[in-house]
Design a protein around this ligand. Sequence first.
Ligand SMILES: Nc1ncnc2c1ncn2[C@@H]1O[C@H](COP(=O)(O)OP(=O)(O)O)[C@@H](O)[C@H]1O
Ligand SMILES: [Mg+2]
Length: 373
Amino acid sequence: MRVLSLELDQFRNYAALRFTPPSGACVFIGDNAQGKSNLLEALALLATGKSFRAAREADLIRDDAPAASVSARVATRHGEIQAACIVARAGEGARKRFFRNGRAVPYGQFLGGVMAVTFIPLDLQLVIGPAGLRRRLLNAGLAQTSRAYYRDLAAYGAVVTQKNALLRASGAPDRDLLLTYNEQMAISGGRIASARAVYVRKLASEATAAHARWVGASPEFDVAYRPSPALAEETPEAIEQALRAALEANQTLEIKRRSALYGPHRDDLALSLGGLPLARFGSQGQQRTAVLALKAAEYASLHAAAGEPPILLLDDVLSELDRERRHAFLSSLGDFDQAFITSTDVPDMPATLRGEVVRVRAGSLAIENAAHA
Ligand SMILES: Nc1ncnc2c1ncn2[C@@H]1O[C@H](COP(=O)(O)OP(=O)(O)O)[C@@H](O)[C@H]1O
Ligand SMILES: [Mg+2]
Protein backbone atom coordinates (compact mmCIF):
# COMPACT_ATOMS: atom_id res chain seq x y z
CA MET A 1 0.00 0.00 0.00
CA ARG A 2 1.38 3.39 -0.85
CA VAL A 3 0.35 7.03 -0.64
CA LEU A 4 0.68 8.59 -4.10
CA SER A 5 -0.27 12.11 -3.10
CA LEU A 6 -1.24 13.97 0.03
CA GLU A 7 -3.16 17.22 0.32
CA LEU A 8 -3.63 19.18 3.51
CA ASP A 9 -5.75 22.29 3.81
CA GLN A 10 -5.85 24.30 7.03
CA PHE A 11 -4.61 21.25 8.92
CA ARG A 12 -2.50 22.09 12.03
CA ASN A 13 0.27 24.41 10.80
CA TYR A 14 -0.27 23.59 7.10
CA ALA A 15 -2.21 26.21 5.17
CA ALA A 16 -2.21 24.32 1.88
CA LEU A 17 0.17 21.45 1.22
CA ARG A 18 0.43 19.32 -1.93
CA PHE A 19 2.96 16.58 -1.51
CA THR A 20 3.97 13.62 -3.67
CA PRO A 21 5.73 11.22 -1.33
CA PRO A 22 8.41 8.83 -2.53
CA SER A 23 7.98 5.09 -2.27
CA GLY A 24 10.15 3.37 0.32
CA ALA A 25 11.24 5.44 3.28
CA CYS A 26 10.24 9.10 3.45
CA VAL A 27 12.20 10.73 6.25
CA PHE A 28 10.88 14.05 7.51
CA ILE A 29 13.62 15.96 9.28
CA GLY A 30 13.57 19.38 10.86
CA ASP A 31 13.78 21.25 14.13
CA ASN A 32 11.13 20.89 16.77
CA ALA A 33 7.66 22.29 16.24
CA GLN A 34 7.98 22.57 12.44
CA GLY A 35 5.17 20.19 11.54
CA LYS A 36 6.80 16.75 11.18
CA SER A 37 4.45 14.91 13.51
CA ASN A 38 1.50 16.82 12.05
CA LEU A 39 2.15 15.07 8.72
CA LEU A 40 2.07 11.64 10.33
CA GLU A 41 -1.01 12.61 12.29
CA ALA A 42 -2.74 13.52 9.01
CA LEU A 43 -1.81 10.19 7.44
CA ALA A 44 -2.93 8.24 10.51
CA LEU A 45 -6.23 10.12 10.43
CA LEU A 46 -6.90 8.60 7.01
CA ALA A 47 -6.25 5.10 8.36
CA THR A 48 -7.94 5.17 11.75
CA GLY A 49 -10.25 8.18 11.45
CA LYS A 50 -8.69 9.53 14.61
CA SER A 51 -5.77 11.63 15.70
CA PHE A 52 -3.07 9.69 17.52
CA ARG A 53 -2.59 12.56 19.92
CA ALA A 54 -5.30 15.24 19.86
CA ALA A 55 -7.65 15.06 22.78
CA ARG A 56 -9.62 17.90 21.19
CA GLU A 57 -10.24 17.33 17.51
CA ALA A 58 -10.82 21.04 16.92
CA ASP A 59 -7.07 21.40 17.53
CA LEU A 60 -6.49 19.80 14.15
CA ILE A 61 -7.89 22.90 12.46
CA ARG A 62 -5.38 25.60 11.65
CA ASP A 63 -5.60 28.82 13.66
CA ASP A 64 -9.06 30.31 13.13
CA ALA A 65 -10.02 28.45 9.96
CA PRO A 66 -13.52 26.95 9.97
CA ALA A 67 -12.40 23.52 8.80
CA ALA A 68 -9.38 21.35 8.05
CA SER A 69 -9.12 18.75 5.35
CA VAL A 70 -6.78 15.85 4.67
CA SER A 71 -6.95 13.96 1.43
CA ALA A 72 -4.78 11.30 -0.18
CA ARG A 73 -4.65 9.09 -3.22
CA VAL A 74 -3.51 5.67 -2.19
CA ALA A 75 -2.46 2.72 -4.33
CA THR A 76 -3.76 -0.53 -2.87
CA ARG A 77 -3.84 -4.06 -4.25
CA HIS A 78 -7.50 -3.43 -5.09
CA GLY A 79 -6.62 -0.39 -7.15
CA GLU A 80 -6.28 3.27 -6.44
CA ILE A 81 -8.51 4.91 -3.83
CA GLN A 82 -8.97 8.42 -2.68
CA ALA A 83 -9.58 8.92 1.03
CA ALA A 84 -10.43 12.20 2.70
CA CYS A 85 -11.45 13.55 6.06
CA ILE A 86 -12.86 16.98 6.80
CA VAL A 87 -12.81 18.27 10.36
CA ALA A 88 -15.12 21.24 10.82
CA ARG A 89 -15.63 23.40 13.87
CA ALA A 90 -18.97 22.75 15.51
CA GLY A 91 -19.73 24.73 18.64
CA GLU A 92 -16.90 24.17 21.12
CA GLY A 93 -15.79 20.99 19.41
CA ALA A 94 -15.49 19.61 15.91
CA ARG A 95 -17.33 17.32 13.55
CA LYS A 96 -15.61 14.90 11.19
CA ARG A 97 -16.82 13.76 7.80
CA PHE A 98 -15.26 10.95 5.81
CA PHE A 99 -15.02 10.48 2.05
CA ARG A 100 -14.07 7.60 -0.20
CA ASN A 101 -13.48 8.38 -3.87
CA GLY A 102 -15.27 11.70 -3.43
CA ARG A 103 -18.39 10.21 -1.84
CA ALA A 104 -19.32 10.79 1.82
CA VAL A 105 -19.25 7.52 3.80
CA PRO A 106 -19.94 6.65 7.43
CA TYR A 107 -16.93 6.23 9.69
CA GLY A 108 -17.39 2.46 9.90
CA GLN A 109 -17.20 2.15 6.12
CA PHE A 110 -14.24 4.49 5.87
CA LEU A 111 -12.09 2.22 8.03
CA GLY A 112 -10.07 -0.47 6.31
CA GLY A 113 -9.42 1.49 3.09
CA VAL A 114 -6.03 2.86 4.10
CA MET A 115 -4.12 0.73 6.59
CA ALA A 116 -1.31 2.04 8.73
CA VAL A 117 0.77 0.99 11.66
CA THR A 118 1.66 3.94 13.85
CA PHE A 119 4.59 3.87 16.24
CA ILE A 120 4.91 6.86 18.56
CA PRO A 121 7.09 7.44 21.63
CA LEU A 122 4.13 6.61 23.90
CA ASP A 123 4.25 3.06 22.51
CA LEU A 124 7.67 2.66 24.12
CA GLN A 125 5.71 2.41 27.39
CA LEU A 126 3.73 -0.61 26.15
CA VAL A 127 5.33 -2.95 28.68
CA ILE A 128 5.49 -0.75 31.77
CA GLY A 129 2.68 1.72 31.04
CA PRO A 130 -1.01 1.47 31.90
CA ALA A 131 -3.29 -1.24 30.45
CA GLY A 132 -4.97 1.41 28.28
CA LEU A 133 -1.89 1.44 26.05
CA ARG A 134 -2.12 -2.30 25.50
CA ARG A 135 -5.86 -2.11 24.74
CA ARG A 136 -5.04 0.66 22.28
CA LEU A 137 -2.63 -1.72 20.53
CA LEU A 138 -5.42 -4.29 20.18
CA ASN A 139 -8.00 -1.74 19.04
CA ALA A 140 -5.69 -0.21 16.41
CA GLY A 141 -5.18 -3.54 14.70
CA LEU A 142 -8.72 -4.83 15.06
CA ALA A 143 -10.61 -1.66 14.11
CA GLN A 144 -8.66 -1.35 10.85
CA THR A 145 -9.38 -4.92 9.85
CA SER A 146 -12.96 -5.42 11.08
CA ARG A 147 -15.86 -3.04 10.71
CA ALA A 148 -17.92 -5.16 13.08
CA TYR A 149 -15.25 -4.76 15.74
CA TYR A 150 -15.21 -1.01 15.39
CA ARG A 151 -19.02 -0.87 15.66
CA ASP A 152 -19.04 -3.08 18.75
CA LEU A 153 -16.28 -1.05 20.35
CA ALA A 154 -18.12 2.21 19.75
CA ALA A 155 -21.38 0.79 21.11
CA TYR A 156 -19.63 -0.75 24.10
CA GLY A 157 -17.75 2.46 24.93
CA ALA A 158 -20.97 4.46 24.83
CA VAL A 159 -22.70 2.07 27.26
CA VAL A 160 -19.78 2.05 29.70
CA THR A 161 -19.85 5.86 29.71
CA GLN A 162 -23.60 5.84 30.43
CA LYS A 163 -23.25 3.18 33.09
CA ASN A 164 -20.47 5.05 34.87
CA ALA A 165 -22.56 8.23 34.78
CA LEU A 166 -25.44 6.32 36.36
CA LEU A 167 -23.22 4.78 39.04
CA ARG A 168 -21.65 8.14 39.86
CA ALA A 169 -24.93 10.06 40.09
CA SER A 170 -26.16 10.79 43.60
CA GLY A 171 -28.76 8.50 45.15
CA ALA A 172 -29.40 4.82 44.51
CA PRO A 173 -29.09 3.91 40.83
CA ASP A 174 -32.09 2.76 38.84
CA ARG A 175 -31.64 -1.05 38.86
CA ASP A 176 -33.62 -1.62 35.67
CA LEU A 177 -31.48 0.85 33.79
CA LEU A 178 -28.35 -0.77 35.21
CA LEU A 179 -29.61 -4.13 34.01
CA THR A 180 -30.23 -2.74 30.53
CA TYR A 181 -26.69 -1.35 30.40
CA ASN A 182 -25.24 -4.64 31.64
CA GLU A 183 -27.14 -6.54 28.98
CA GLN A 184 -25.82 -4.24 26.23
CA MET A 185 -22.30 -4.56 27.64
CA ALA A 186 -22.57 -8.34 27.66
CA ILE A 187 -23.63 -8.50 24.01
CA SER A 188 -21.09 -6.13 22.45
CA GLY A 189 -18.48 -7.08 25.07
CA GLY A 190 -18.77 -10.75 24.19
CA ARG A 191 -17.97 -10.02 20.57
CA ILE A 192 -15.11 -7.65 21.44
CA ALA A 193 -13.45 -10.11 23.82
CA SER A 194 -13.88 -12.96 21.35
CA ALA A 195 -12.24 -10.94 18.55
CA ARG A 196 -9.46 -9.90 20.91
CA ALA A 197 -8.78 -13.48 21.97
CA VAL A 198 -8.31 -14.52 18.35
CA TYR A 199 -6.23 -11.44 17.48
CA VAL A 200 -3.95 -11.79 20.52
CA ARG A 201 -3.11 -15.35 19.51
CA LYS A 202 -1.94 -14.15 16.08
CA LEU A 203 -0.14 -11.17 17.57
CA ALA A 204 1.54 -13.43 20.14
CA SER A 205 2.88 -15.88 17.60
CA GLU A 206 4.28 -13.06 15.45
CA ALA A 207 5.77 -11.28 18.47
CA THR A 208 7.37 -14.45 19.83
CA ALA A 209 8.83 -15.18 16.39
CA ALA A 210 10.22 -11.65 15.90
CA HIS A 211 11.72 -11.70 19.38
CA ALA A 212 13.34 -15.09 18.75
CA ARG A 213 14.81 -13.85 15.45
CA TRP A 214 16.46 -10.95 17.23
CA VAL A 215 17.70 -12.44 20.46
CA GLY A 216 17.29 -16.20 20.16
CA ALA A 217 14.50 -18.55 21.15
CA SER A 218 15.27 -18.60 24.86
CA PRO A 219 14.06 -16.98 27.03
CA GLU A 220 10.81 -16.90 25.12
CA PHE A 221 8.73 -13.74 24.85
CA ASP A 222 5.08 -14.52 25.45
CA VAL A 223 1.96 -12.44 24.98
CA ALA A 224 -1.32 -13.58 26.51
CA TYR A 225 -4.78 -12.08 26.65
CA ARG A 226 -5.99 -11.16 30.14
CA PRO A 227 -9.68 -10.44 29.66
CA SER A 228 -11.95 -8.98 32.29
CA PRO A 229 -13.54 -11.08 33.70
CA ALA A 230 -11.22 -14.09 33.22
CA LEU A 231 -12.63 -16.38 30.53
CA ALA A 232 -12.61 -20.09 29.95
CA GLU A 233 -14.05 -19.96 26.45
CA GLU A 234 -13.62 -17.89 23.35
CA THR A 235 -16.87 -17.85 21.41
CA PRO A 236 -18.80 -14.58 21.52
CA GLU A 237 -21.82 -16.40 22.98
CA ALA A 238 -19.88 -18.07 25.79
CA ILE A 239 -18.14 -14.81 26.70
CA GLU A 240 -21.43 -12.94 26.57
CA GLN A 241 -22.85 -15.38 29.12
CA ALA A 242 -19.78 -15.20 31.34
CA LEU A 243 -19.83 -11.41 31.19
CA ARG A 244 -23.55 -11.30 31.97
CA ALA A 245 -22.99 -13.56 34.99
CA ALA A 246 -20.00 -11.52 36.22
CA LEU A 247 -21.92 -8.24 35.92
CA GLU A 248 -24.86 -9.70 37.80
CA ALA A 249 -22.68 -11.21 40.53
CA ASN A 250 -20.82 -7.92 41.03
CA GLN A 251 -23.70 -5.50 40.84
CA THR A 252 -23.56 -4.62 44.53
CA LEU A 253 -19.80 -4.12 44.37
CA GLU A 254 -20.09 -1.87 41.30
CA ILE A 255 -22.75 0.22 43.02
CA LYS A 256 -20.58 0.49 46.13
CA ARG A 257 -17.47 1.46 44.11
CA ARG A 258 -19.54 3.66 41.79
CA SER A 259 -17.70 2.36 38.77
CA ALA A 260 -18.00 -0.23 35.97
CA LEU A 261 -15.41 -2.74 37.16
CA TYR A 262 -15.74 -5.65 34.73
CA GLY A 263 -15.67 -6.00 30.99
CA PRO A 264 -13.38 -5.44 28.00
CA HIS A 265 -12.69 -1.83 29.07
CA ARG A 266 -10.61 -3.47 31.83
CA ASP A 267 -8.83 -5.99 29.58
CA ASP A 268 -5.07 -6.30 29.57
CA LEU A 269 -2.23 -8.26 28.03
CA ALA A 270 0.22 -10.32 30.06
CA LEU A 271 3.74 -9.84 28.67
CA SER A 272 6.36 -12.21 29.92
CA LEU A 273 9.91 -13.30 29.19
CA GLY A 274 10.86 -16.84 30.12
CA GLY A 275 7.65 -17.03 32.16
CA LEU A 276 8.39 -13.92 34.25
CA PRO A 277 6.32 -10.73 33.95
CA LEU A 278 8.38 -8.27 31.91
CA ALA A 279 7.12 -5.14 33.63
CA ARG A 280 8.39 -6.38 37.00
CA PHE A 281 11.41 -8.47 36.14
CA GLY A 282 12.61 -7.31 32.72
CA SER A 283 15.61 -5.05 32.26
CA GLN A 284 15.00 -1.83 30.37
CA GLY A 285 16.66 -3.37 27.31
CA GLN A 286 14.46 -6.46 27.49
CA GLN A 287 11.35 -4.34 27.86
CA ARG A 288 12.31 -2.28 24.85
CA THR A 289 12.97 -5.33 22.68
CA ALA A 290 9.56 -6.66 23.71
CA VAL A 291 7.90 -3.40 22.63
CA LEU A 292 9.57 -3.66 19.23
CA ALA A 293 8.46 -7.28 18.91
CA LEU A 294 4.87 -6.20 19.64
CA LYS A 295 4.98 -3.44 17.03
CA ALA A 296 6.59 -5.77 14.48
CA ALA A 297 3.80 -8.24 15.26
CA GLU A 298 1.13 -5.57 14.76
CA TYR A 299 2.70 -4.79 11.40
CA ALA A 300 2.79 -8.47 10.40
CA SER A 301 -0.85 -8.99 11.48
CA LEU A 302 -2.11 -6.03 9.50
CA HIS A 303 0.00 -7.10 6.58
CA ALA A 304 -1.60 -10.55 6.65
CA ALA A 305 -5.11 -9.14 7.08
CA ALA A 306 -4.73 -6.63 4.22
CA GLY A 307 -2.84 -9.00 1.94
CA GLU A 308 -0.29 -6.24 1.38
CA PRO A 309 2.11 -4.19 3.52
CA PRO A 310 0.38 -1.41 5.47
CA ILE A 311 1.85 2.08 5.56
CA LEU A 312 4.32 2.54 8.37
CA LEU A 313 4.33 5.72 10.44
CA LEU A 314 7.27 6.15 12.81
CA ASP A 315 7.10 9.33 14.82
CA ASP A 316 10.37 10.17 16.60
CA VAL A 317 10.95 6.61 17.72
CA LEU A 318 14.07 5.64 15.76
CA SER A 319 16.21 8.13 17.68
CA GLU A 320 15.06 6.45 20.90
CA LEU A 321 16.52 3.12 19.82
CA ASP A 322 20.13 2.03 19.84
CA ARG A 323 21.65 1.15 16.48
CA GLU A 324 21.29 -2.60 16.91
CA ARG A 325 17.59 -2.48 17.82
CA ARG A 326 16.84 0.07 15.14
CA HIS A 327 18.40 -2.11 12.46
CA ALA A 328 16.82 -5.31 13.76
CA PHE A 329 13.39 -3.68 13.88
CA LEU A 330 13.57 -2.01 10.46
CA SER A 331 15.00 -5.12 8.83
CA SER A 332 12.15 -7.20 10.15
CA LEU A 333 9.71 -4.88 8.36
CA GLY A 334 11.95 -4.87 5.32
CA ASP A 335 9.16 -5.49 2.85
CA PHE A 336 7.19 -2.32 3.54
CA ASP A 337 6.01 -0.40 0.50
CA GLN A 338 6.22 2.94 2.20
CA ALA A 339 7.25 4.31 5.55
CA PHE A 340 6.99 7.85 6.88
CA ILE A 341 9.60 8.56 9.51
CA THR A 342 10.17 11.71 11.53
CA SER A 343 13.43 12.63 13.17
CA THR A 344 15.40 15.73 14.09
CA ASP A 345 18.47 14.37 12.21
CA VAL A 346 18.85 11.91 9.37
CA PRO A 347 18.61 8.60 11.20
CA ASP A 348 21.11 5.85 10.61
CA MET A 349 19.16 3.18 8.75
CA PRO A 350 20.01 -0.15 7.16
CA ALA A 351 21.58 0.44 3.75
CA THR A 352 18.95 -1.69 2.07
CA LEU A 353 16.20 0.84 2.75
CA ARG A 354 15.66 3.18 -0.11
CA GLY A 355 14.31 6.59 0.69
CA GLU A 356 14.24 10.30 0.49
CA VAL A 357 14.89 13.00 3.07
CA VAL A 358 12.38 15.81 3.20
CA ARG A 359 13.06 18.88 5.29
CA VAL A 360 10.09 20.31 7.18
CA ARG A 361 10.25 23.98 8.07
CA ALA A 362 7.29 25.89 9.49
CA GLY A 363 4.67 23.99 7.57
CA SER A 364 6.43 23.68 4.24
CA LEU A 365 8.44 20.84 2.70
CA ALA A 366 11.63 20.67 0.68
CA ILE A 367 13.19 17.50 -0.72
CA GLU A 368 16.80 17.39 0.52
CA ASN A 369 18.46 14.35 -0.96
CA ALA A 370 18.19 10.62 -1.24
CA ALA A 371 18.58 9.00 2.17
CA HIS A 372 20.66 6.26 0.61
CA ALA A 373 22.32 6.05 -2.74
N1 LIG B 1 -4.34 24.07 15.02
C1 LIG B 1 -3.13 24.57 14.74
N2 LIG B 1 -3.01 25.72 14.03
C2 LIG B 1 -1.78 26.25 13.76
N3 LIG B 1 -0.63 25.66 14.14
C3 LIG B 1 -0.70 24.54 14.86
C4 LIG B 1 -1.93 23.94 15.18
N4 LIG B 1 -1.68 22.81 15.91
C5 LIG B 1 -0.34 22.73 16.02
N5 LIG B 1 0.26 23.77 15.38
C6 LIG B 1 1.70 24.03 15.27
O1 LIG B 1 2.35 22.89 14.79
C7 LIG B 1 3.66 22.86 15.31
C8 LIG B 1 3.96 21.51 15.91
O2 LIG B 1 3.97 20.58 14.90
P1 LIG B 1 4.56 19.14 15.10
O3 LIG B 1 4.25 18.40 13.87
O4 LIG B 1 4.12 18.56 16.38
O5 LIG B 1 6.12 19.47 15.22
P2 LIG B 1 7.37 18.52 15.07
O6 LIG B 1 8.07 18.99 13.83
O7 LIG B 1 8.19 18.83 16.30
O8 LIG B 1 6.91 17.12 15.02
C9 LIG B 1 3.78 23.92 16.36
O9 LIG B 1 4.48 25.00 15.82
C10 LIG B 1 2.33 24.26 16.62
O10 LIG B 1 2.19 25.59 17.01
MG1 LIG C 1 7.09 15.67 16.52
